[in-house]
Design a protein around this ligand. Sequence first.
Ligand SMILES: N[C@@H](CCC(=O)N[C@@H](CS)C(=O)NCC(=O)O)C(=O)O
Length: 257
Amino acid sequence: MLTLYHAMHSTCSQKARICLFEKGLEFESRLVDLAGKEQLAPEYLKLNPNGVVPTLVHDGDPVTDSSVICEYLDEQFPQLPLSPPDALGRARMRAWLRFIDEVPTAAVRVPSFNGAFLYRFKGLDAERFKQEQADVRPLRKHFYRRMGPDGFSQADIEASVEQIARTVERMEHALDKGPWLLGERYTIADITVAPLIDRMADLGFSDIWSDGRRPRVSDWYRRMRERPAFQRAFPKGARLSDFLKVVPRAGYTGVMK
Ligand SMILES: N[C@@H](CCC(=O)N[C@@H](CS)C(=O)NCC(=O)O)C(=O)O
């Protein structure tokens, strides 16, 4: 029995959902209201002490962190494998997963907050923001403090966009041997980066790869969106612009080369 605690619009939840749908696994869906801070409720923190989504519960045992969840599902349910069969291939896939967690996943949070989530903090002065929004979060206290109620600085936004552009450049290079990031085989690496690319598109930054800048990434993203698992993971309400007033390219003044 699989239960997924997740939020429709959360990129990390989208990674876990794509994986579940690719593998054809049935799961019970438990939506967590992030704006209502349900991820910080004591009962949820028992499952995921980081106070973030997603969390997978398999026969009563919680598994946290989206890329770990994907690898766990692939090991437990070997049908329709999403990892290379050999140790070297898996090492290459895991190197992508570490990079994706460390660089673009972290980078995408910055334009996401500036472009869509600041409404949550309207009217809060610095002290109330610190107490009610930052210091209550086990994993993201310093991220929230750095952001503050008015959002990230222009320098932070530009650094994030540059990190995404570097990611897309690295993808373009890897896709030379495509059609997927690891070559012939579609893997968890493709799954975990796709929601980040989709989020950047939703925030108005698709010119990082479109207009002929990164043609292989553009083609890869089109093929990702055509996959039935991807479409099931992105129902109406999964994109920020489905339900929030997104400010396109908020705070970004740079020009794509
Ligand atoms: N490393 C975790 C990160 C999960 C994460 O950051 N989730 C975000 C949504 S994408 C969250 O729950 N944020 C809640 C908050 O900011 O309080 C993973 O990959 O699952």
